[in-house]
Design a protein around this ligand. Structure first.
Ligand SMILES: NC(=O)c1ccc[n+]([C@@H]2O[C@H](COP(=O)([O-])OP(=O)(O)OC[C@H]3O[C@@H](n4cnc5c(N)ncnc54)[C@H](OP(=O)(O)O)[C@@H]3O)[C@@H](O)[C@H]2O)c1
Length: 369
């Protein structure tokens, strides 16, 4: 839907406009709270708003959001670094989970009471990535999940695994799907293979949990020994401290008996890609995902061709990928690692903690806490 900003400054304003015509009785409330991004120079600040509960049309679903989670991308967005359309007035955070409270008459995939999570891209059901999908990323291009309620299409929701809480399910859409995509779809991970994970943030801890669950051999790096110890308790067969040893590929090679790893979830970027390449076995695969130390990394072609190695760029994944990941999570009863939970009122503190705090795994915001 295109809104002329001169007439409708924000999507929230559109909600107000709709709500004035007809309130949704299923919502049980006339207003709810959400945060919006408000431009401040090049960056944004979080502004809390009270908006009216919208009426849904025949194709739409009203979701009461119980929890949302942060990704590194949300920091890039609020700092104004993220490549993409203007986010002014948009609701932040791509990830969240909640409960269906109303469905339009043409909705077939969901019913009131279903437990759901939003997909990262609202317009990528499956198949190849496209420009249309790119323009549909929640929490940047379109409204995100830091809102007590959202209106969604059925294409942009998935049912969540039954053993997960809303807090746990809220961590899945970006970091979980990205790790799953890099390991299983782009990488075709098999039991017994070595997997390299960098740092103990969201994508990497999902990579650790997934690879341990299927009988692969995860090796993980961190700047802190206590996190490496925790990672061992989660299934890591080997660890290296990248701060103590900048040439940590030596340790990875030693752990693998000189063979190297079959898969890398490359989130470290400039500083880590050369080490990841040195750690790679013949026929290995690098899933290029992030740039925690900068996005300007480059590869030597000879490093790839003499290994017959492959590299894939990963951008989260489709709804079909999300559903396939959920099947894996259900099968192995995997539980995401949550580092810290904040209340809705504490959302700015959650952002601050993600930038400067010491955590492993995911940071969650609980709406009704
Ligand atoms: N392409 C995609 O679709 C996609 C999807 C998700 C994320 N990403 C990107 O992937 C990266 C990771 O995202 P995330 O949300 O998982 O991050 P995150 O949760 O914020 O990860 C933070 C952790 O990363 C580790 N770290 C920091 N600097 C590092 C470095 N130079 N080398 C290795 N590890 C480092 C630290 O672990 P220790 O404290 O253990 O040292 C830190 O605690 C980001 O660049 C993000 O933008 C891309």
């Amino acid at each position: 839907m295109f809104l002329d900003k001169r007439t409708f400054p924000t999507v929230a304003t559109f909600f107000v406009f709709s709500a004035l015509q007809c309130l949704s009785p299923a919502a049980g409330a006339e207003t709810f709270h959400q945060y919006q991004l408000q431009k401040q120079g090049k960056a944004y600040e979080l502004v809390r708003k009270t908006v009216a509960v919208p009426e849904i049309n025949a194709e739409q679903i009203l979701v009461k959001v119980h929890a949302a989670s942060l990704n590194r991308r949300d920091i890039y967005v609020i700092q104004g670094f993220y490549r993409g359309p203007e986010a002014n007035g948009k609701v932040p955070l791509s990830d969240g989970a909640g409960e269906v409270v109303a469905v339009g008459s043409n909705v077939t995939r969901f019913r009131v009471g279903d437990r759901v999570a939003g997909t990262f891209f609202t317009n990528w059901n499956g198949g190849k990535f496209s420009a249309a999908a790119l323009a549909s990323a929640r929490g940047g291009a379109v409204d995100g999940m830091l809102s007590e309620m959202i209106v969604a299409t059925e294409d942009s929701l998935v049912k969540i695994p039954s053993h997960l809480s809303y807090e746990e399910a809220a961590t899945l859409p970006c970091a979980g799907v990205t790790a799953w995509n890099g390991l299983f779809k782009a990488g075709d991970l098999q039991a017994g293979e070595y997997v390299l994970l960098e740092g103990t943030g969201g994508v990497s801890t999902f990579g650790l949990l997934f690879s341990a669950a299927v009988g692969a051999k995860p090796i993980i790096t961190s700047s802190r020994d206590e996190k490496l110890q925790k990672a061992r308790s989660m299934g890591a067969i080997g660890t290296a401290n990248y701060r103590k040893n900048p040439n940590w590929s030596d340790e990875v090679l030693e752990i693998t008996g000189g063979r190297g790893v079959d898969h890398v979830l490359e989130v470290g970027g400039e500083k880590s890609l050369p080490q990841a390449m040195k750690s790679l076995a013949a026929d290995g695969h690098i899933a290029v995902i992030g740039g925690l130390s900068g996005f300007g990394a480059s590869l030597r072609t000879s490093d790839l061709l003499f290994r017959s190695a492959s590299v894939s760029g990963i951008y989260v994944g489709s709804r079909a990928d999300f559903e396939a990941m959920n099947a894996l999570i259900e099968k192995h009863q995997i539980r995401p690692l949550i580092g810290k939970v904040f209340s809705f009122d504490e959302a700015p503190a959650a952002y601050e903690f993600m930038q400067h705090g010491n955590y492993m795994g995911k940071i969650v915001i609980r709406m009704d806490k």
